[in-house]
Ligand binder design. Structure first.
Ligand code: SRM
Ligand code: SF4
Length: 561
């Protein structure tokens, strides 16, 4: 039997539901439960401040409702003017600055109901949107921000934008609700790709340009590996069925890496994406949302059957996948020269949270920088940012602003700090079981002390924290990862690589900080003493049989070099 959400979608008149009436109701800071589900398709989540939830209940007050808003920003690229508009929105309506997400866009937290419409209108005025940033549709298309292969980036980024536009819902509801667009009268509305019930579940696309896998391309429902030969983009290897989410104690849910199924030339890309999405639309599980992602459809129906159906709808067969090699899934900090003599500066933003704090006036610093910068600004899937396309002569000015506002942490930080990612979790995330973003600054100095003792302070180790098993920081791809179980308790997972090609595994279940540090200390000691030159921590743990060998995977078997 179709889930309740399927009924909500089909009765919603293409995502309208009762949102307008809910927004107009002055008696509550919330909207109806059913409408909160539809609101996601418009890019917003209703949340409440969990820090004060109990206190409000004791005082017989309704929860402190507020809305999180997420932009649709394909490839994470924006102009300085857009930056300033997003910053103004953070100051005018939101409560905790600008938050760079793990899908290279912005979130604003704490927007109260009466300001939601003005906030979305402000994003629209900045020539951006929030449509389909969340919901059962194709989400923000992520793209490698590669300043090294900057010519290839331009090509791949252009495809990310085309995919994003092509796969955007066509409903007029967004314009009607938020932008005072004219109401559609008479003519029936139509969603050519999605239909009236949209997809069974969220759908994510990512483009990577080897050798960098900063988008974690195998964590995407549809991962595209750009194949660049002699400076030309020849096409994309296609990988399907990645996803991170799982539930504790439910083995029918699991993180899964995408399988490479072949190669398509650029001119087939839009049709390919449509074909994959349409098969998932028709074959995906609409009864049980826990099993509705593409990864479960593939495992239920079989990869070969799915691929054959995609080929049938595409009217073409896949060419064999091309060879490629990833070196890293992190960001490269500092200045890098791209093509056409332009420079790119990657800055680290811990947990992606841009706020003004003593000695770290990051929000003000970026405002000043956006005021003088003539290139573009990019967000990365590791929650960092790039001041891109800088003229050589402007580098000094930019460095000075960066240093004055304490944005130069990348020069000073330990290697583990540089590669750490944490999801939002408490107090806004309704699904959080443990702290994540707020815990990272407490955990890092303790980890750094252990690493320093073993002479590993400059050795990159990929750390990822998530407050629950949904995996928003892609923790299953961390060399060291904590996945929240309950207040102060986490699963400690170890053993991924630094390239986003191998999932980690549980090493200690449901442990506290003391047990985490105690478990890691002897492993770091052995790693320091016995590692091969250049060997990553995860690779070391497998070579030493400290962890069981992972199941062999198609991606490694076929095309990786
Ligand atoms: Fe996520 C749900 C935050 C990237 C898997 N995610 C949520 C919600 C909306 C909680 C909710 O449903 O009520 C979180 C809002 C927290 C808050 O207060 O802001 C949330 N997810 C985030 C962000 C902001 C984490 C971050 O720290 O940056 C990321 C926003 C991305 C974006 O801009 O679109 C974010 N989420 C991810 C990723 C990583 C990725 O896509 O590369 C994943 C794992 C990949 C995947 O989808 O499999 C991810 N989020 C989930 C899931 C589990 C989905 C599943 O298949 O089981 C949920 C829960 C759900 O959908 O039911 C979830
Ligand atoms: Fe919330 Fe869990 Fe995602 Fe963290 S991983 S943001 S706790 S849903």
């Amino acid at each position: 039997m179709p889930s309740h959400l399927e009924h909500i979608k089909s009765a919603s008149r293409f995502l309208r539901g009762g949102i307008a009436e809910g927004l107009a109701d002055p008696l509550t800071g919330a909207i109806s439960d059913d409408d909160t589900k539809l609101l996601k398709f418009h890019g917003s989540y209703q949340q409440d401040d969990r820090d004060i939830r109990d206190e409000r209940r004791r005082q017989k007050l309704e929860p402190a409702y507020a809305f999180m808003l997420r932009a649709r920003l394909p490839g994470g690229v924006m102009t300085p003017a857009q930056w300033l508009a997003f910053d103004a929105l953070a100051s005018d309506y939101a409560s905790s600055g600008l938050r760079i997400t793990t899908r290279q866009t912005f979130q604003w937290h704490g927007i109260i109901k009466r300001n939601l419409k003005a906030s979305i209108a402000a994003i629209d005025a900045a020539m951006a949107s929030t449509i389909a940033a969340c919901g059962d549709v194709n989400r923000n298309v992520v793209c490698n921000t590669n300043p090294v292969e900057s010519a290839a980036h331009e090509l791949a980024y252009a495809w990310a934008v085309r995919l994003s536009e092509h796969l955007k819902p066509k409903t007029r509801a967004y314009h009607e609700l938020w932008l005072d667009g004219e109401k559609l009268v008479g003519e029936p509305e139509h969603e050519p790709l999605y239909g009236p019930t949209y997809l069974p579940r969220k759908f994510k696309i990512g483009l990577a340009i080897p050798p960098l896998n900063d988008v974690d391309v195998f964590a995407q429902d549809l991962g595209l590996v750009a194949i660049v030969r002699g400076g030309e983009l020849t096409g994309f290897n296609v990988a399907i069925g990645g996803g991170m989410g799982a539930s504790h104690g439910d083995p029918t849910t699991y993180p899964r890496l995408a399988d490479v199924i072949g190669f398509v030339p650029p001119e087939r890309l839009l049709a390919l994406a449509e074909a994959v999405i349409s098969v998932q639309r028709d074959w995906g599980d609409r009864d049980e949302r826990k099993h509705a992602r593409l990864k479960y459809t593939l495992d239920r129906r079989g990869l070969d059957a799915f691929k054959a159906e995609v080929e049938r709808r595409l009217g073409a067969t896949f060419e064999p996948a091309r060879e490629f090699r990833f070196e890293h899934n992190g960001d490269r900090y500092g200045w890098i020269q791209g093509h056409a003599g332009r420079w790119h500066l990657t800055l680290q933003v811990e947990s992606g949270r841009l706020l003004d704090r003593p000695g770290q006036t990051w929000l003000s610093g970026m405002r000043e920088l956006a005021g003088v910068h003539t290139g573009d600004i990019r967000l990365t899937c590791n929650q960092n940012l790039i001041i891109a396309n800088v003229e050589a002569g402007d580098r000094g000015l930019i460095d000075a602003i960066v240093a004055r506002h304490g944005l130069d942490g990348y020069r000073k930080h330990s290697a583990i700090r540089q590669h750490a990612i944490a999801c939002v979790a408490l107090p806004t995330c309704g699904l959080a079981m443990a702290e994540s973003e707020r815990y990272l600054p407490q955990l890092l100095p303790k980890l750094e002390a252990v690493l320093d003792r073993h002479g590993l302070i400059d050795t990159p180790i990929l750390l990822r924290l998530s407050g629950c098993p949904n995996g928003c920081s892609r923790p299953y791809l961390g060399e060291v990862a904590l996945v929240g179980r309950g207040p102060g308790r986490y699963d400690l997972r170890l053993g991924a690589d630094l390239r986003g090609q191998r999932l980690n595994q549980v090493y200690r279940e449901n442990v506290d900080e003391a047990a985490i540090l105690e478990a890691l200390d002897p492993l770091f000691a052995r790693y320091a003493a016995e590692r091969d030159a250049g060997e990553g921590f995860g690779d070391f743990l497998l070579r030493q049989a400290i962890l069981a060998p992972p199941p062999s995977r198609r991606i490694t078997a076929t095309v990786l070099t």
